[in-house]
Write a protein that binds this ligand. Structure first.
Ligand code: ZN
Length: 292
């Protein structure tokens, strides 16, 4: 894998800023790499956050990331909810990531919309909700585990109560486990899973995106992909490639330290920046400020 030289990096940052400034409309597509660049790597790594929140879980269960913790087969609901409460609490308790703030500064006076597969509600800390489409769920909500009705419930209070009640054996009290008020089934976090509720809220997320695309499709559009991995290309990457290819005035930029890839068909309509996301955002922001 070739690494870009310093001057090449400078050119790429310059080009990124020019495209941001030159676009009439920007669609940002962000995946877990953006949160990883903010220091939240516990989904896939045994990072500081994992050790801070999950070292007892690691001792008891032997997993080393919250991704593995989520898919672990717990023997009881009390054990599983102790993990879920800790995982959700860890996201709610996290500071706002610096790269999110820098991205916000770069987009501040632009026409933009954000499409994200991230569940950690980091975007909501710094961007208005009407400009965000979170299509894989959001840690701030629960749904019925049986999807018996189309309603999402605020998870924040319940998560705090559960998290405070985790005992030394990593169980939560049975009576604190949230249940559906309609059918009595256990609730589930509103996150992509076998039972993910694709109801009114989910469709609304796509409506916001589609309205933005419809309004801006004939303008000078930038599709800016940040930290989208190769695991689920159908949610952001492939639609971005297809739209850039199909729309005459569209341009595509991907920023990713490992997976930045430009399809051959987009060679003249795209740019792949294979660099650290946090650095790219801060350097682009600095360049923008110097130019003012
Ligand atoms: Zn139900």
């Amino acid at each position: 894998m070739e690494t870009s030289s310093k001057s090449n990096y400078g050119d790429q940052i310059k080009s990124l800023l020019e495209h941001i400034n030159g676009a009439n409309a920007i669609v940002v597509g962000a995946g877990s790499g953006l949160s990883a660049s903010a220091g939240f790597r516990h989904y896939y790594e045994r990072d500081e956050t994992f050790l801070k929140y999950f070292s007892e879980f690691e001792k008891k269960y032997g997993y080393h990331s919250t991704f593995d913790g989520f898919y672990y087969r717990y023997r009881t609901s009390e054990e599983r909810w102790a993990f879920l409460a800790k995982q959700l609490f860890c996201m709610l308790d996290a500071p706002t990531g610096e790269p999110y703030k820098h991205l916000h500064d770069l987009l501040a006076d632009k026409e933009y919309h954000i499409l994200t597969t991230n569940l950690d509600a980091q975007f909501e800390r710094v961007f208005p909700a009407e400009k965000i489409s979170a299509i894989q769920g959001d840690c701030r909500y629960f749904q019925c585990g049986h999807r018996c009705h189309d309603e999402l419930y605020d998870s924040v209070q319940i998560v705090h109560s559960l998290n405070n009640a985790i005992d030394a054996d990593l169980n939560v009290p049975t009576d604190l486990i949230p249940h559906c008020p309609e059918c009595g089934a256990e609730m589930e976090p509103w996150m992509r899973s076998r039972v993910f509720l694709e109801g009114r809220k989910y469709r609304g997320e796509y409506t916001k995106l589609n309205d933005f695309l419809r309004k801006n499709r004939n303008k000078n559009m930038l599709f800016l992909e940040i930290g989208v991995g190769r695991m689920t290309p159908m949610f952001i990457q492939e639609p971005f490639w297809n739209m850039t290819y199909a729309l005459p005035q569209a341009f595509y930029i991907t920023v990713n330290p490992k997976d930045a890839y430009l399809p051959k068909e987009l060679e003249n309509k795209g740019l792949a920046i294979r660099e650290d996301i946090a650095e790219v955002l801060i350097d682009t922001k600095k360049l923008a400020e110097n130019g003012k």
